[in-house]
Design a protein around this ligand. Sequence first.
Ligand code: DX5
Ligand code: ZN
Length: 221
Amino acid sequence: MQQPVRIAPSILSSDFAALGEEIRAIDAAGADYIHIDVMDGHFVPNITIGPDVIKALRPHSAKPFDVHLMISPVDTYIDAFADAGADIITVHPEAGPHTHRTIQAIKARGKKAGLSLNPATPIEAVDYLLPDLDLVLVMTVNPGFGGQKFITSQLSKIRDLRARIDTIGASIDLEVDGGINADTAAQAIDAGADVLVAGTASFQGGPATYAKNIKTLRGGT
Ligand code: DX5
Ligand code: ZN
């Protein structure tokens, strides 16, 4: 069943010179998850932050750290991100040879496991894995950068995943990531998403507008 909408601001769009402060501000503004984009310059054409930075940020918020790993190979780093304080660890099926093993490794560390589908990755990537997952992430941009345009063809993937999740009746988060603003948030929710990642739309305007930004994404005014 579609759960209440939760907002996961991506700190990729925050002020990197003041990350601790930014996380405290977005937490106070009503963020449900703190979305952390980890990029390696290999799986995606951008480099961001690693486990040591996440560990340093951990004391700044008690909200779940939703860690989106865009790194390959990924298996060697699961323990490091678990140790750093991730609550949800999401991987891409293209990031290693044995996705089932990767998911089990995340769960063995007592963390929630997510699988992320790139725009061109077919929905079948979740076959045989869905009952083991806590979260499915639909990328609505090609991963690598904030501020890109929402790819509308992914709405049917969200709808299909909503149906599959409802069929097995588990409370799996259906998260959408990329190009989310007030309009596309409404479309994604209508298609069945219940966690919205938003970088630009969460952090635009600076700390004084964060609460309003989050309310707008939730469907408030
Ligand atoms: C893209 C990242 C996203 C990104 C979203 O690879 O996974 O989380 O920060 O940024 P916006 O909301 O600006 O599209
Ligand atoms: Zn992300």
